[in-house]
Design a protein around this ligand. Structure first.
Ligand code: ZN
Length: 292
């Protein structure tokens, strides 16, 4: 297992972690400069942040700063209520793939969607099996598009509390079943993003990481689960402040040969987004060394 205690070469910052600080959006160009100034070598930006900064300008800045991506957030949201929505999601996912290619991302992360229109709070129906069938259809379609661009897809299972609105793929077992069905060769085109916040509780976690193996382990996201959790979406903890045995899970993924980044992804309206962005990044580095 790699020793991170004196080294943050394998730390990546998911830029949502510092997306708005003290009530003001922290623009992506400033985030990238602040990361590079601290010797952080990788980031995972979100599409809205890239759009605000400009795609070409972001690609140029990444190159100039010698910053790599650990992933691009995000594609997916495959569930739909009508043909218009289906066409729109396909167009949007094509754009996400093209952006990921322009930025040189190692994978496009997929959050697959919950019940159709669930994110808006008014689901079109209650049939989660039908939603999952649309996800299978959507990933199969996107995989063809992704293969022509040589852009790997990483399905991120989300904690079951998000099944209605964000993702009806809720366990690594489900995600791997989908991978095996659509990409039986496991040649690297389709895999999973293991986000500790979503999967730490799973009794099959160790078995599913082993099942995934090196070929399917495309991304590793870290934060912590706070007790109590005060908000379902925006109360993620800094590594070391919660109850996830982060290092034990990193040992599991590294035992499979995973040698990529630990990507810090913290949505924290109640704490870290209220602080100075530089302080958050400095804390990420310190906790990455001590707790990841
Ligand atoms: Zn994640």
């Amino acid at each position: 297992m790699r020793d991170f205690s004196n080294d943050h070469r394998w730390l990546s910052i998911n830029t949502a972690t510092v997306r708005r600080q003290r009530g003001e959006p922290w623009p992506l160009p400033q985030i990238l400069d602040a990361c590079a100034a601290r010797g952080i070598r990788a980031v995972a930006p979100w599409r809205d942040q890239v759009a605000a900064a400009g795609l070409a300008a972001t690609a140029r800045q990444l190159r100039a700063l010698d910053l790599e991506l650990s992933g691009y957030c995000r594609g997916g949201m495959f569930t739909y209520a009508d043909a218009t929505a289906r066409q729109a999601l396909r167009d949007d996912n094509r754009r996400a793939l093209d952006e990921a290619c322009t930025l040189g991302a190692p994978c496009l992360v997929l959050v697959v969607g919950g019940l159709p229109r669930g994110l808006a709070g008014h689901p079109a129906h209650k049939d989660i099996a039908a939603a999952r069938a649309q996800v299978t259809e959507g990933v199969a379609w996107l995989l063809d598009e992704a293969r022509t661009r040589r852009m790997p897809l990483a399905i991120e299972p989300l904690h079951p509390m998000y099944a209605a609105d964000r993702a009806c793929i809720n366990t690594l077992a489900q995600a791997l079943d989908l991978c095996d069905a659509l990409d039986p060769a496991a040649g690297g085109a389709l895999g999973v993003a293991v986000d500790l916040y979503h999967v730490w509780w799973d009794p099959l976690l160790a078995a599913m990481i082993e099942r995934a193996g090196r070929a399917r382990l495309l991304a590793f996201h870290v934060c912590d689960w706070l007790l109590p959790t005060r908000d379902l979406l925006e109360d993620r903890g800094m590594m070391g402040d919660g109850i996830i045995d982060i290092r034990a899970v990193r040992a599991l993924v590294e035992a499979q040969g995973y040698a990529g980044c630990s990507e810090v992804e913290i949505f924290s309206a109640l704490d870290w987004w209220r602080r100075d962005g530089g302080e958050v990044l400095d804390t990420c580095i310190e906790r990455h060394r001590r707790c990841v």
